[in-house]
Write a protein that binds this ligand. Sequence first.
Ligand code: SF4
Ligand code: SF4
Ligand code: SF4
Length: 331
Amino acid sequence: MSEGKIRIAFYWMASCGGCEEAQVDAVSDEPSLINILDIVFWPVAVDFKKEDVEKLPDKSVDVALINGGVRLSEHVEMARLLRRKAKIVIAYGACASWGGVPGLANLYSREEILSRVYSEVPTVYERDRKPMVKYVAEEGVELELPEFLPILLPLNAVIEVDYYIPGCPPTPETTLNALKMLLSGKIPPKGSVIGASQRALCDECPLNATKPEKILVKKISRIYNTRIDPGKCLLAQGIPCLGPSTRGGCTALCPKAAMPCIGCYGPLETHIDYGGKVISFLASIIDSKDEREIARIIEEGLPDPAGLVYKFTLPASRLRLNLMKWGGRSV
Ligand code: SF4
Ligand code: SF4
Ligand code: SF4
């Protein structure tokens, strides 16, 4: 860190922009940070170019905060460049950490996605159009689009990641906790999740006191077809709240608003596969031993199992779906 300032780079890949908003929110909550952050790259807000980063000496950036998943060849290139320039690289948010919601696209091939977007959605009126790879602008400038990769990857599939800040997006508190930890010099082991809790979300949920030791339900309900009691553990009401297998740190924002946790803080350190863990605890609450009844409960209550259990973590899952679709090609 130079002259007491942190030289920091921000970059977004396949991202919704929410993580950028979250970073602004964090600084708004702690405006004194402005005085110590020396921003060297932030494409969403400042007109830095790739060449500006290339000119920086290697390891001259203290921290690079990268959000979004790796979906384009440009993301691979920029992630590798920032890895070279930064001492510490942090995967910021669910998409960079495990693929996030855009990672659910890995359930489909690249061809299926392009066909859907360019030909099938009802709002497309020129159905024979194909994505343009090269384009010559009016001024005669030749533009080339980056390659749309066969699957979306988490950041650690293309570069070494030092730390992870979870959430979709991380709360300002989580972001500030992480930055303060780094500023304090108390550097955790590489690969750690920082800024969040080491315990399950249920442990910080105010409804935990109403959670029975053993939950058994005959029906799994959705929030749109049930009357929710906001003062009672949602899982005990048969609503698939993923608090038992999700890392805490957001102060249980969703259950506090009578909404089930959908798992955006991802797995605990001890969990090998987030979705596998969720399937395991959901299976344990179904009050039946009859196969047909179990199948009916699942069919009626969990119409989109992959979307529920892997909403944020499919590209990082042990299912290796990503590798199958990737077909062994390396980036
Ligand atoms: S983690 Fe969530 S908020 Fe951040 S880029 Fe991904 S979808 Fe957006
Ligand atoms: S509402 Fe969800 S997070 Fe809260 S105690 Fe119940 S299962 Fe856990
Ligand atoms: S309650 Fe769950 S889904 Fe909601 S913000 Fe927290 S971790 Fe994310």
